[in-house]
Each structure stands twice: as structure tokens, then as C-alpha cells.
Design a protein around this ligand. Sequence first.
Ligand SMILES: Cc1cc2nc3c(=O)[nH]c(=O)nc-3n(C[C@H](O)[C@H](O)[C@H](O)COP(=O)(O)OP(=O)(O)OC[C@H]3O[C@@H](n4cnc5c(N)ncnc54)[C@H](O)[C@@H]3O)c2cc1C
Length: 464
Amino acid sequence: MAQEYDLMIIGSGPGGYVAGIRAGQLGLKVAVVEKDPYFGGTCLHRGCIPTKALLHSASVLDEIRQAAELGIDVGDPGFDIGRAHERKQAVVDKNARGIQGLFKKYKVDGIEGHGRIVGRHEVEVQDDDASTVYKAKNILIATGSVPREIPIAPTDGERILNSDHVLKIGRVPKTLVVLGGGAVGTEFSSMFTSFGSQVTLVEMLDRLLPLEDEEISKELQRAFRKRKITCWTGTELAAAESTEHGVRLSFEGKDEPLEAEALLVAVGRAPFTDGLGLENVGLVTDRGFLDTDEWMRTGVDNVYAIGDVVKATPWLAHKASAEGILAVEHMAGSADARPLDYGKVPSVVYTDPEVGSVGLTEAQAKEQGYDVAVGKFPFLASGKAAIEGKTAGFVKVVRDKKYDEILGVHILGPHATDLISEASVAMSAEVTVEELFRAVHAHPTLAEAVAEAAHASHGAAIHF
Ligand SMILES: Cc1cc2nc3c(=O)[nH]c(=O)nc-3n(C[C@H](O)[C@H](O)[C@H](O)COP(=O)(O)OP(=O)(O)OC[C@H]3O[C@@H](n4cnc5c(N)ncnc54)[C@H](O)[C@@H]3O)c2cc1C
């Protein structure tokens, strides 16, 4: 007789494994099913962690190139992508072992195999030739997403790549075209430029990071241009073909084809619900996405969904984790369960310079009818940024004049991905912009720039 669980989670990404740990903490009998040979999902094995580990190699490489300015002579650094991969893998493996350890500690059963819902309270797990049906009071779908393919440039893993392929690439292509100017496309463009590739970044819309505040997009593009990254915005791929040495690409409205050693297709992700048995509980998807209520319940009230499979929410690991915690607390009847405010979920992009943002852009705030004031503070005027030699970018605070509410904070610059947390906490705690800048910020820190921008939105930054 197979085990009976309070909760079976299908998928062990940052949504599923975090939900599993929270369920264990709340005393639920819980199992996490994973079809891959390891727990951790896209984020740990093909996303956040491996990319940031390689981006760290890129950033150290750039720092070494500038070391002479600091009085350190090290000569021209070499770069061995094989060893960078080894270090990246060590980081990934250490984190994966951490998940196993946490599962053990919180009594979460990790089950290997492909999970399929076969009834409202039954999940079948297929592993090699064996299949077992488990009983579950609740089911949580956390099956995530996969790279989106486009018919005109099908990936082959050699010359036309997706983000999974490029994370294993054994060479630094001399020339690389990146299709897609979102977070994934801009991060890989930044990374391979540091590694020595000549990168052309192509985006169909009229700016990079189209979901960010317009000034962030503009300034990032300027910074990329300075780094010799060619950015073609408003440009659509018309055809792609493999050649003997790489790819030949043509674009709408451009006569000349572009030849490159490799093409990275980074045009977004597709939710993954293949073979999940949703039809067995009467669930239908919208192009693979599932609808949920504010507690992450699908149309079937003991079946929850979180993470990248959830419709119209950002593709972010921390969002998936927060939804996982919410879903589990709700099904456990915890008084702590509180619906997520998606407007206060920060977004992060690990380009050089980095991007961190939360809340409304200036344009969105105006569209929504707020009486908007904006404050900006450039890192050029920050003592700490000057010390670090990273003065590109700015902090921008968007506020509502009526109640002095923080509507949005947008940062481009050094450690923007860490700095944005101050704004997220402030927005979640509903402090006013004045309270944000009156809180004394330590000196010299990059965080002072956040306070200065908040001050500037009241008309008066001190150092600018
Ligand atoms: C290159 C890249 C970089 C990224 N960088 C960041 C970043 O810096 N910060 C950030 O917040 N986000 C980042 N993301 C996005 C982030 O990885 C995703 O938002 C996050 O992983 C989604 O988590 P999830 O739990 O919904 O699903 P996933 O992480 O996709 O995990 C789903 C898991 O479910 C398993 N699964 C699917 N179907 C079944 C089944 N039927 N049975 C058993 N198992 C199944 C899959 O094998 C997978 O392991 C990045 C993504 C990519 C591609």
C-alpha cells in the first residue's frame, strides 16, 4: 500500500521545494515529486544559480582588467570557461545537497519520478518502469517552465542555443547574437561580453527590459553601448539558418544578413504542464498557464498551483517561493497566510550594471492617475560608488504626492539587486517616502543613494 500524504507537490523548483519545507515545518506529511535526477528545478540547475555563478566569474574578470587603476598590476587575465563551469557546478551541487539536508530535517519525502494527477486525491509517480499511485489530501502543482522555442529558429544545441544549452557551452563564441532583450537575454549578453564575445543583442520591442521603467532601459542600453554591445531594438528576426561555421540571420527591414558563431534564443519561457493529467480533475490551461485564486487554489479546491505555471505573474524564483509558502499555510489553516501583493514583488536583473526594481514605473503611476513626484540620485554622486569605481546608473523613486506613498523604486547600478530589498521592505511596511529618507543610512554605503533619491522626490537631495 503506497503512502498517504497531506500534501503531494509535483516539481521541486524554488516553488515546490520551499513549499515542501514549509509544509514540513507546519507538521504536514508531505512529499515532493521530481522527474529530474536532482531537486532544485530550473532556478538551481538551469537558471538563477548557475547564471549568477558564471556572472560572478565575468565580474571578477572585469575587476581584474581594471585592477591597474587600483594600483594592482596583474597583467592581462586569461579565462578558461571549462574551469568557470566547474566552479559553477560546485556551487549548484552544494545548494542541491542543502535541499536534501533540509528535506531530511523537516521530514519531507523526496520522490524521484514523473508525477501525474490521476484523481482529485491521487498522484501517480512513474519512475523507469515502475509506477506507484499515492493518496494525497492536497496536491500542489509546481512544474515550472521551459525555454520557449520559436519556429523560425529551432534550437539545435550547437549553433542555435537556448539558455539550457548556453549554460553548458564549452567555448566562448567569438561572435554571439542574443535574441530577446529581457532579463535572460541581457544577462547572457553582459556575461559573454565580459568573457570576450562580440555580442549583438536583438529585441523586437523598442527598448531593452521592456517591463522596466523607461529610464532604466535607456540607461542600460547606454551602458551596454559603452561596453561595445551592439543593441538592435525594434528589430525582428526574419530567418535563421545554420552555416558551416555558425548561423546566418536576416532581419525584417535590414538588407544585410548577420553572420555569427552562435545564436542564443532568449525569447521567454513556456509553462510546463505536459503529461500532468490535468484533464483527470477537469482543469484546463490557458496556453499551458493555470489560473488560481488569491490562495493559489486552482478551480479544484484541493489542487493548488504556484510559480512559473501560474498565469499573468512574473517568472521569478522568489515569487514562486512566496506563493509556495502561501499555498501551504492556507491549506494548513495557518493564521499567518496572507495573499501576495504582486505589486510589491521586486524584480532583479544581474547585468553589469545591475537592475533592481519594485512597484510602479513612472509611466504606470501617471496612467493610474496618481499625482506623481519623482526623485533621482545618480551613483556618480555616491562616495561608495566612487570607491568601488562603479558610478554608472541611478536610483529613481516614484511617489504619490497626496499621501507620500512610495509607488515604485527603480535602480540601475552597483548591487542594485541587493539594494532593492530596502525599497521592498519599505513598501511592504507602507512607510512614507519621508520616513524612508529620515531613517539614518550608514556612510559610506550604496544604500545612501536610495535615501538620497527619496529625499530628491521631496525636492532636495543633499549630495546632488
Ligand atoms: C537563465 C535563467 C536565469 C534566471 N535567473 C533568475 C534570477 O536571477 N532570479 C529569479 O528570481 N529568477 C530567475 N529565473 C527564473 C526562475 O528560474 C524561475 O522563475 C523559477 O525557477 C520558477 O520556479 P518554479 O518552482 O515555478 O519551477 P522550476 O524551477 O521550473 O521547477 C519545476 C520543476 O518541476 C519539475 N517537473 C515538471 N513537471 C514534472 C512532473 N510532471 N513530475 C515531476 N517533476 C516535474 C521540473 O523537472 C523542475 O525541476 C531564471 C530563469 C532562467 C531560465
